[in-house]
Design a protein around this ligand. Structure first.
Ligand code: AMP
Length: 466
């Protein structure tokens, strides 16, 4: 089973335009949500053309490839990250399918918990799957319902009734752009309008900003929005949308700091994490640094409360693409050194507080602590702007099975010793649910920390663990 982290984007234009370029820009702003594959599909006069492949958006779409896509009125795009070695192009999205009532291009962010059982049932009905992703399950269900219902939005509503888990979907039919969010609203999705009147959907508001669109609002949990020649229509009555369960890991790690998700400023949430850490886990130190990118805001919050100066201690190389990552085991081992540089003049001789967003297996933090010590830091106090990971995520954030999580089976002081830090402090579960004071703790899913799975765990739990 695949664990996917993705970004989705869709656009509807009242008049034909070069939408592929706009989708390209939107996907570039969502690149942090997935670096392994990218794709764009454009609808020109009800015909869907698409291009997709493995790599960063800029790697997949050299100038010429983007030019192959025609002008059109509707377009969708996707960036994808998968972790189980299934990086092949066949799982790249948009997933474009044909059925007797037309074509469909589908982009999905999230993971279903009943994907495997739905797939089994569909296979028993004679369907043959080409990919290993949940998205194809959704595509088959959409087709099945579309053949029996008068409209694509009706088919989507019927499909949603069968899905369990996390899904933010953006798709296009021959005449419509559709978007929906699972009833718990686990993964984000918002929409906006451009000054020329184009409607845009994106996983995060930073992608709307990037193309000059004005943010209108989040797609509500459970909501279906359809955009076509007649305008925009919203459907909300088909499902119960309480309780809500936005993934708290979006705030901690996944989303970009300049995004606003359900009124939560991601940067503000991260700063708040740092403030909590400074109060609960103070340190005698000379400098606070963050591990880029998501550790930086938390480091600022820590500095604000502790009054220890904030500085830039680590620099991230933003230009490492897929070609490098594929370059063999020795190069891969060296990857962290290439990804992160230490500012020696900033850390040498200093007692440093270093903040990162999470510790999964503990490997990365162990190496970063060593790098900072090598650069001359006299002490390294690690603070983590998330609680210890104790449970896998089934909803699309790639928190792996318990046997791979260092916090399962190790005490905090054992983790501290493993990463080689002078001290170690984590955020508490209570604090992580209060990163944004205006929202109730019950409005978030924090299953990876507290084991309370908002949409349940998959029935085929053991299959997924193996
Ligand atoms: P580890 O070396 O296994 O402890 O991994 C920790 C590193 O992985 C941290 O630098 C995190 O920022 C990063 N990380 C944490 N969660 C995820 C995730 N779901 N997807 C990708 N990277 C992650």
């Amino acid at each position: 089973m695949l664990h996917e982290e993705c970004g989705v984007f869709g656009i509807f234009s009242p008049i034909p335009d070069n939408l592929a370029v706009t989708v390209y820009d939107g996907l570039s702003a969502l690149q942090h949500r997935g670096q392994e594959a990218a794709g764009i599909a454009v609808n020109q006069d009800r015909q869907i053309s698409f291009e997709k492949g493995c790599g960063l958006v800029s790697e997949v779409f050299g100038k010429d490839r983007l030019k192959r896509l025609p002008d059109g009125k509707i377009a969708v795009g996707h960036v994808r990250y998968a972790t189980t070695g299934e990086t092949s192009e066949i799982n790249a999205q948009p997933l474009v399918i044909k059925h007797v009532k037309g074509k469909l291009a589908l982009c999905h962010n999230g993971n279903l918990v009943n994907g495997a059982s739905l797939r089994k049932a569909l296979e028993l009905e004679g369907n043959i799957f080409h990919t290993t992703s949940d998205t194809e399950v959704i595509a088959y269900l959409m087709t099945k319902h579309r053949l029996k219902t008068p409209s694509i939005e009706k088919a989507l509503i019927e499909t949603m009734a069968e899905l369990k888990g996390a899904y933010s979907l953006v798709m296009m039919s021959p005449a419509k752009l559709l978007a929906c969010r699972d009833p718990l609203g686990i993964r984000p999705l918002c929409y906006g309008v451009t000054p020329e009147g184009k409607t845009v959907f994106a996983s995060e508001s930073c992608a709307l900003d990037a193309i000059g669109a004005r943010f209108v609002r989040d797609v509500a949990p459970g909501e279906v929005i359809v955009v076509d020649e007649k305008g925009l229509r919203s459907f909300r009555n088909h499902c119960d949308t309480k309780p809500k369960a936005l993934c708290v890991f979006e705030l901690i790690y996944f989303a970009r700091s300049d995004s606003i998700i359900e009124k939560v400023s991601i940067q503000e949430a991260r700063k708040q994490a740092g403030r909590y850490l400074a109060k609960a886990h103070p340190a005698d130190a000379d400098l606070v640094i963050g591990v880029p990118d998501s550790g930086l805001d938390a480091a600022m919050g820590f500095s604000e409360v502790s009054k220890i100066p904030f500085g830039t201690g680590l620099i991230k190389n933003k230009y490492i693409g897929r070609t490098f990552i594929e370059g063999g085991q020795r190069r891969r081992e060296n990857l962290l050194r290439l990804k992160l540089g230490v500012v020696k003049s900033a850390v040498a001789g200093k007692r440093v507080v270093m903040i990162d967003d999470s510790i999964v297996r503990g490997t990365t933090m162990r190496r970063i602590v060593a790098l900072v010590r090598d650069a001359g830091a006299s002490a390294v106090h690690v603070r983590v702007s998330a609680p210890p990971f104790l449970n896998p995520c089934y909803y699309g954030t790639d928190v792996p099975s318990r046997d791979k999580l260092i916090a399962c089976g190790h005490r905090i002081d054992e983790i501290r010793a493993h990463i080689g830090a002078d001290s170690l402090g984590f955020l508490s579960v209570d604090e992580v649910l209060r990163l944004y004071p205006e929202k109730e703790p019950s409005e978030f899913c924090a299953a990876c920390f507290d084991g309370r799975y908002a949409a349940g765990a998959p029935a085929d739990f053991f299959e997924i663990r193996s």
